[in-house]
Design a protein around this ligand. Structure first.
Ligand code: SAH
Ligand code: MG
Length: 211
């Protein structure tokens, strides 16, 4: 298979104006992280939205003949709801009230030829984790950002990362004035448990490696 470079991917993402919340630097770091470990097992993300992070992690998985489980209920986080700061009117469903990012997500997965790599899990994260058994090469946490939700996602999903695997957490802001503290609290809680080493932080993306 012809390997896709990160520059080609980013160009296509920009060309098609894929909606999402991921800086170029963070996308490149996620892609590199997934390339480095996805030969060892499947990857998983919490919080796909319209598929931006899915495209980068998924394209790396595709090159390694791995899979990416993409968990999202597709009803949006608190900040995506009508009247809130990150609401996007294009994502309203037929009712005109509820959010549904699944149609655009599917379109993007097809556009990037990832149907045979990405496994959409349309569910609440805490329901999906209840029955989860598969060891993960990489888990990317970018779902609900409340303190409670971030903590739960970081602690429950990190448990499934295999030895040598990567836990990546998005929206890490060490100062409250820069952003919500949920993901940062989740990161600290994972480090306190002593099973992960911090490797690097790229903009707001923290990369940890399991011992
Ligand atoms: N990773 C995406 C952005 C994710 S935005 C990107 O690269 O653009 C956060 C997403 O988390 C939203 O789509 C929302 O529907 C989802 N989400 C929020 N809480 C969730 C929960 N409890 N379970 C599953 N998904 C959740
Ligand atoms: Mg995010």
């Amino acid at each position: 298979m012809k390997s896709t470079t990160i520059a080609e991917l980013q160009h296509k993402v920009e060309q098609h104006q894929v909606k999402g919340f991921l800086a170029d630097t963070e996308a490149a770091a996620l892609y590199a992280a997934a390339l480095s470990v996805s030969g060892q097992g499947p990857c998983l993300e919490i919080g796909s939205y319209c598929g931006k992070s899915t495209i980068f992690i998924g394209s790396a998985c595709k090159q390694r003949n791995s899979v990416l489980f993409a968990v999202d209920h597709h009803r949006g986080s608190e900040e995506h709801q009508p009247g809130e700061e990150y609401h996007d009117i294009d994502l309203l469903d037929d009712s005109g009230i509820a959010l549904d990012s699944l149609p655009i997500f599917r379109k993007n997965i097809e556009l990037f030829d990832l149907n045979d790599t990405v496994v959409p899990v349309v569910a609440n994260s805490d329901v999906a984790v209840k029955a989860w058994q598969t060891p993960l090469a990489l888990a990317f946490i970018d779902g609900g950002h409340s303190h409670q939700r971030s903590l739960a996602d970081c602690l429950t999903w990190s448990h499934h990362v295999q030895s040598g695997g990567i836990l990546a957490i998005h929206d890490i802001f060490t100062a409250p004035e820069d952003g919500g503290q949920g993901p940062y609290l989740g990161l600290q809680a994972v480090l306190e448990r002593g099973q992960f080493d911090w490797r690097e932080t790229i903009d707001s993306l923290a990369i940890l490696v399991r011992r």
